[in-house]
Design a protein around this ligand. Structure first.
Ligand SMILES: *[C@@H]1O[C@H](CO)[C@@H](O)[C@H](O)[C@H]1NC(C)=O
Ligand SMILES: *[C@@H]1O[C@H](CO)[C@@H](O)[C@H](O)[C@H]1NC(C)=O
Ligand SMILES: *[C@@H]1O[C@H](CO)[C@@H](O)[C@H](O)[C@H]1NC(C)=O
Ligand SMILES: *[C@@H]1O[C@H](CO)[C@@H](O)[C@H](O)[C@H]1NC(C)=O
Length: 389
């Protein structure tokens, strides 16, 4: 009740708010937490272009900072920076996502590990392209953490939209990179037409002398954060299905359910490289019932509460590029393209990006997505809409 009044006061010009909408069943004081619905008051609003399109380019698994003790390592970072400059100059995206494993943290030194972030973001700073990051298992190591990378990125990249989750949803401190970014049809709009969601799947190793491996799935507290956030968005802006608000989600380690998709890929319908056999460690950890991952609370909440979800995009498995519809939630999943010259690779995989082009702010019009290689070759194009397998 108090919560409903609070929202009504904060958003007096909005829809009348039925009490049922804020009855969260959260079973805790979390339902009283306020989610900031204008999270970037000091940054330019992200908007669709005048022709109604919005283009996202995803760099994944850049793996900066490998083998700083020999010539090979630093050369890979030069190659990755060249790839970023080439792709950004020709693609001219409206937004860039760095989808995890920005840095090979196990090769870094305590005293200067996050200075690698300066190198990663340099092409984005130079070309003034707004972007944000998810973080991967290699970004949590004894000499670096997701939180440290986020702090550094915000200090050195004026157009970073990366944020940190509230402390109760930060995965015990190892998964702070959970947040959302609004995209408006035009800058003066009251509410966004598209929400880009970013989730922290943790993983890697803890800091300190006695480092232990960290949970490699999105923490279950994030399920509560999703429910709370969507409920407040709905109260302020109207429900996504009624007002026409779309969503797209990014998480470094693929959801556990993706593991079962690989056996039934059809290379015509689900095009793209399929060279990395998924197994233990390839997706978010399995639970006791292995058909359900430990990410089940997150996965269920995402699919239950975020309506008009165009898809979920992950990196982590460098030899996979394919998309496939996940039947249990009826949601499209896509792998990124391995972008970095660091990180494991194999003959013929090459390096590139995934492009995602929204063709309209209307969520009924699904985005088009494809892989673009460094040399400009493109393949594995699909439309992420209801006609997709
Ligand atoms: C962390 O950094 C310290 C100090 O530079 C270095 O001695 C150590 O080898 C690094 N540890 C790891 C696990 O890379
Ligand atoms: C960090 O320091 C180490 C050890 O002095 C050096 O080899 C490495 O190149 C430095 N890395 C960065 C990113 O400055
Ligand atoms: C790490 O483990 C060693 C051996 O068990 C122990 O002596 C030491 O105190 C531990 N260090 C920390 C920082 O916990
Ligand atoms: C694969 O997809 C194509 C195109 O939709 C279809 O014609 C073909 O029958 C599918 N193959 C299998 C084995 O399902």
């Amino acid at each position: 009740m108090i919560y409903a009044l609070l929202i009504a006061v904060l958003a007096p010009h909005c829809w009348a708010i039925p009490l049922a909408q804020v009855d969260l069943h959260l079973g805790s004081s979390r339902s009283l937490e306020t989610i900031e619905l204008n999270p970037y008051p000091d940054k330019p609003r992200l908007t669709f272009r005048h022709d109604g399109t919005f283009k996202v380019t995803v760099f994944s698994d850049l793996h900066y900072g490998e083998n700083p003790w020999d010539d090979w390592g630093p050369q890979q970072d030069v190659n990755s920076a060249n790839l970023m400059n080439t792709v950004l100059t020709s693609e001219q995206p409206d937004y860039v996502v760095l989808n995890g494993d920005l840095i090979t943290g196990e090769n870094t030194f305590r005293e200067n590990s996050t200075t690698l972030i300066d190198e990663v973001v340099a092409p984005l700073n130079k070309l003034k392209i707004p972007f944000s990051s998810t973080h991967g298992n290699h970004d949590n190591e004894p000499n670096i953490t997701h939180a440290e990378e986020i702090r550094r990125e915000l200090r050195v990249a004026p157009l970073s939209y990366t944020r940190a989750a509230p402390a109760w949803a930060d995965g015990q401190g190892y998964g702070p990179g959970t947040y959302w970014v609004p995209v408006y049809k035009k800058a003066s709009d009251h509410s966004p037409s598209l929400i880009l969601w970013f989730f922290d799947s943790r993983g890697g190793f803890s800091e300190g002398a006695n480092s232990t491996s960290l949970p490699d799935w999105v923490d279950e507290a994030v399920a509560t954060w999703i429910e709370l956030t969507v409920s407040q968005m709905n109260a302020a802006w109207g429900p996504a299905d009624r007002v026409g608000r779309g969503s797209l989600a990014f998480v470094h380690i693929p959801p556990h359910v993706v593991q079962d998709l690989q056996a039934n890929l059809n290379s015509t319908q689900d095009p793209g490289l399929n060279d990395d056999e998924l197994g233990s460690g390839s997706t978010q950890a399995s639970g006791e019932d292995t058909s359900l991952g430990k990410d089940a609370p997150f996965w269920d909440a995402l699919n239950a509460h975020v309506l008009n979800l165009h898809g979920v995009i992950s990196g982590h498995d460098h030899g996979n590029e394919w998309c496939k519809r996940e039947p249990s939630k009826n949601v499209i999943f896509c792998f990124d393209k391995h972008s970095g010259y660091g990180g494991y690779s194999s003959t013929g995989w090459g390096h590139g990006v995934r492009n995602i082009v929204f063709r309209s702010p209307n969520p009924k019009v699904g985005p088009e997505t494809w892989i673009r290689m460094e040399d400009g070759e493109t393949h594995a194009r699909i439309i992420m809409d209801s006609s997709y397998n």
